[in-house]
Ligand binder design. Structure first.
Ligand SMILES: [Zn+2]
Length: 125
């Protein structure tokens, strides 16, 4: 694996303001790095951009930042969201959200790359 591949795997947004969803021939979906399916190891994968809409499946409020880049944002919420395309992703929000809430992602550069920020959307259905 060269440095470019390693960077692409770490940067699941692939540097763009969107989630890139991957699907194998067996219907498994994920959004963290291209490559073989993490569930069945199938190598034939199709990739497509997500609309960024989904449902909150977990949410926690953080009071301690991992580093100085995040400290000005405290407190902020960390969310696990099931995108409408089926993949689960992590993102942030300035507020907490109830499990089951509909949200939509926008992207902001908090560090050196786009970070998903989820906002509650009553019309995100
Ligand atoms: Zn699979």
């Amino acid at each position: 694996m060269n440095a470019t591949d390693a960077d692409a795997l770490r940067d699941w947004t692939v540097g763009a303001d969107r989630f890139l969803v991957h699907r194998c021939a067996h219907g498994h979906v994920w959004a963290s790095g291209a490559g073989p399916c993490p569930q069945c190891a199938a190598g034939a994968v199709t990739s497509f951009p997500s609309a960024g809409r989904g449902t909150v499946i977990a949410c926690t409020l953080l009071h301690h930042a991992p580093d100085g880049d995040w400290s000005p944002l405290l407190p902020y919420a960390l969310l696990c969201v099931r995108l409408d395309e089926g993949a689960q992703v992590l993102g942030h929000s300035p507020i907490t959200h109830r499990v089951g809430s509909r949200v939509k992602a926008r992207f902001a550069k908090v560090t050196h790359r786009p970070i998903p920020i989820f906002e509650q959307k009553a019309d995100a259905a």
